[in-house]
Structures are given as structure tokens and as C-alpha cells.
Design a protein around this ligand. Structure first.
Ligand SMILES: [Fe+2]
Ligand SMILES: [Fe+2]
Length: 275
């Protein structure tokens, strides 16, 4: 794998000042993304920037330490010295903030930033909650994460919130000038400069854009932050009230309620179970 250009990497995160404000954990996650996306022979575009092609990214697969779709809790991260950290035990009846505290480590910062922006923009509470939850499933799995994440939350939040979570995955590939959403430049590195979304993503986009809740899903993509906002205060605290109002925490605790998605929460709670 080609070494990462340090200046390009820092610039992609919003500059040195923004990087200085990121936690170690957020920096490690960003570096991991960048390393997994760095091409062996990137192509130069008309404006001189270098991005990998889809074929170049595919060619890296045999050299990767794991599948790109693997959830972050399932392997040792860059700041774990190659050792899997022991996970703190969850309470007998774990709640959403418990999972934020010790199971959503890699996506937590990004989700809190996105929800903070949604609050700042005056989004309604169902959309703020969608922003807070939208990428948390990346601890478990990355592939098709919009669908996985929506499913994981379906028993506990409104259908409009899960709609926004499910369709943000497709909508993020399609600009909406009126809504102020551009194709994220970082995707040229993640997916390849010549990436074309697969048919199920295109179909989901076509469906969502005609749906009455399109605005909620689109608003989520607009709040889906890729660069650190130096003014953002990232903490679960400002969202506890919204969670209390809009998240139906099961009395038995997440993972213990025998819902159709309880196994997803149990896997997050105990990813060391051998079978
Ligand atoms: Fe996402
Ligand atoms: Fe996101």
C-alpha cells in the first residue's frame, strides 16, 4: 500500500487546526479510512487532484487486514497496538447511551457531530435523532450500513427517523443543489473516482426522492459531516432529552427484549462470543 500523503490527509480533514481538535480516536478512525482508501497508483483529475479508480481499490483487497465492510468493534484499531481492547461490561439492562459510551467508539464522534449540526440547523427532533444514530451500526458492519442501521433501530424510533437513516446511504451519492448537498469529495477516495452506485442504491434514491419524507433523509445527508467543526461540542448530553422523547428503550434493555433485532444489539454487547 502506498504511504499516505500527510498534507493531503490533513487537508481532507479540514486542515491542521481541525485535526488538532479531533480526539485520538477520531484521528485514528480517519487515518484508518484514508489508509484503506489510498490507491497504489492514483489517477490525476483535470484539476490536478489524485484519486484512486474503482479497479485500483479492488486490487488492494488481498493486502487489507480485513474486509472493508467489517464493523470497527470486530478488529483491533490503529490505536490499539494490534491488540483487541477488552470491552467494559454493559449494565444488565443496557440503554442507548450505554452503547454510545462503550460500543459505538469509532462512529460516535462523527454521529455526535452530525447531530450537533442538525440541532444547529434547527432540524426537527426526528431528524436530529436520525443524525445521531445514522452511522452507529458501523461498529458492527459497514456494507449497506443505511439498511443495517435503519433495521437496528426500527423497533425503537419513528418510521420517519428510520426512513432518513436507511436512505441517507443512497442519497449521499446524489447531489441536491437546492438542499445544499454536493457530492462529497472524500468519496473519490473511498469508492474510486469512477464509481457508479449499484442498481439497488440507484433504485433506493429514485424511490426516496419521490417520497413524502425525502426532505428528512436529504436533511440528514446535509448534516452528515465529513470535516470536523471546531465549534462543535461533541457529547451525548444535548441529545438525552430527544432520546427520552423519541427512543422507546425496552424495559429489559437493548438486546434483551426479544425483538427481531435484539441479536444485533447482543452482538454489539458481546462481539467476543465465538458462535
Ligand atoms: Fe452513513
Ligand atoms: Fe455519516
Amino acid at each position: 500500500m502506498q504511504p499516505l500523503d500527510r498534507r493531503d490527509f490533513i487537508a481532507s480533514l479540514g486542515g491542521a487546526a481541525a485535526v488538532a481538535l479531533m480526539s485520538h480516536e477520531a484521528r485514528a478512525a480517519a487515518l484508518e479510512h484514508a489508509l484503506m482508501s489510498a490507491a497504489s497508483a492514483p489517477v490525476a483529475t483535470a484539476d490536478g487532484k489524485k484519486y484512486p479508480t474503482v479497479a485500483e481499490l479492488e486490487a488492494q483487497v488481498p493486502d487489507l487486514p480485513r474486509r472493508r465492510g467489517t464493523g470497527s468493534i470486530l478488529f483491533a484499531g490503529d490505536n490499539d497496538n494490534g491488540k483487541l481492547p477488552l470491552l467494559p461490561k454493559l449494565p444488565a439492562r443496557p440503554t442507548l447511551p450505554d452503547f454510545f459510551a462503550s460500543r459505538f467508539n469509532a462512529p460516535r464522534n462523527h454521529c455526535l457531530q452530525s447531530a450537533t449540526l442538525a440541532l444547529k440547523k434547527g432540524a426537527d427532533q426526528e431528524v436530529v435523532l436520525a443524525a445521531l444514530l445514522h452511522d452507529t451500526v458501523l461498529s458492527l458492519i459497514r456494507s449497506d450500513h443505511g439498511w443495517w442501521s435503519a433495521q437496528m433501530y426500527e423497533p425503537y424510533v419513528s418510521a420517519r427517523t428510520t426512513f432518513a437513516i436507511r436512505y441517507h446511504q443512497a442519497l449521499r451519492f446524489y447531489p441536491d443543489e437546492k438542499a445544499g448537498y454536493e457530492y462529497p469529495e472524500i468519496y473519490y477516495n473511498f469508492f474510486g473516482v469512477d464509481y457508479v452506485p449499484p442498481p439497488h442504491v440507484e433504485a433506493a434514491y429514485q424511490y426516496a426522492r419521490r417520497h413524502k419524507w425525502y426532505g428528512a433523509a436529504r436533511e440528514l445527508t446535509v448534516c452528515d459531516l465529513y470535516a470536523f467543526d471546531k465549534d462543535a461540542r461533541v457529547s451525548i448530553e444535548p441529545f438525552l432529552d430527544i432520546i427520552g422523547r423519541h427512543f422507546r428503550t425496552p424495559r429489559e434493555g437493548l438486546g434483551n427484549d426479544n425483538s427481531p433485532v435484539a441479536h444485533m444489539w447482543r452482538t454489539l454487547a458481546n462481539p467476543d462470543a465465538p458462535l
